[in-house]
Design a protein around this ligand. Structure first.
Ligand code: BTN
Length: 259
């Protein structure tokens, strides 16, 4: 069971995680936080030991063993005009990666837009959802799944999962990882507001796919080319085979085998 005391003692934030809601089981922490009946403060975190309908990006499901991993969502409902959502996605993935690197010295690779990989296997995924009223974003829910102490992953996966335990061959503290992530994330959100280029550069430094040949799949549409940059909005810039440039906002990216 998640130990609140061990988490709290290392939490060094002003607002992230200061309101903490714990559930044994929910359908999805994103759904639960989105419909939460009480007015919650900016930075509230809702964590569940297990999800019956954990959601992944592009309609996929997120599967995670109960009590072994981190499945949680963060509410942001203030200063939302100060940054863009695509850049918030990148900032979240960067912060998860930095927390894992700091605590466990694992070499992290970020995959656009927001997957966190270790040796090409997925260690964390992020699903950002928002609610708007008359074209203004009222709240943003950042859902994060980090594979921490799960030893085996069964099923068919597009990118094979890994966990901190699988990489280190030992169990680690979920509480310590969550507090480390929130500490880093709060600082990175501040940097995102005042110096978004720094966040973008830090993200690019951790993306091994940059400059490589890629394939982008968005529903039925498949695009191929060279991944040449991420622009200031957080969109992927693709150089297509006819040398023209295209900016991509959504899609699942994979490495393209040599022609
Ligand atoms: C992905 O890589 O496809 C995104 C996965 C996001 C999973 C997390 S787990 C906590 C939160 N609640 C959900 O239902 N999904 C996110």
């Amino acid at each position: 069971m998640f130990n609140l005391e061990n988490f709290d003692i290392k939490l060094d934030t002003e607002y992230l995680g200061r309101e903490f809601i714990y559930f044994e089981e929910v359908d999805s922490t994103n759904n639960e936080l989105m419909k939460y009946p009480e007015l919650l403060p900016n930075g509230a975190v809702l964590l569940a030991e297990s999800q019956t309908n954990g959601k992944g990006r592009t309609g996929k499901t997120w599967i995670s063993n109960p009590e072994q991993n981190l499945t949680f969502s963060i509410l942001l409902n203030e200063d939302l005009d100060k940054f863009s959502l695509p850049l918030l996605n990148l900032t979240t993935a960067l912060s998860v990666g930095q927390a894992i690197e700091n605590l466990f010295q694992l070499d992290i690779n970020l995959k656009w837009p927001n997957d966190v990989l270790v040796k090409n296997n997925k260690i964390a995924g992020i699903l950002v959802e928002s609610k708007s009223k008359s074209n203004l974003i009222e709240k943003v829910i950042i859902g994060i799944g980090i594979n921490v102490n799960q030893p085996i992953f069964k099923g068919n996966f597009e990118i094979h999962p890994t966990s901190v335990l699988k990489e280190l061959k030992r169990e680690v503290s979920r509480e310590r990882l969550l507090s480390e992530f929130l500490n880093i994330f709060e600082e990175n959100i501040e940097t995102l507001v005042y110096n978004p280029k720094e966040i973008l550069q830090n993200w690019k430094n951790k993306c091994k796919m940059l400059d490589g040949k890629i394939k982008i799949i968005n529903g039925e549409i498949v695009k191929v080319g060279k991944f040449i940059d991420v622009d200031n909005e957080g969109f992927l810039v693709l150089r297509k085979n006819d040398n023209s440039l295209e900016t991509i906002a959504f899609g699942d990216v994979s490495i393209r085998e040599q022609d």
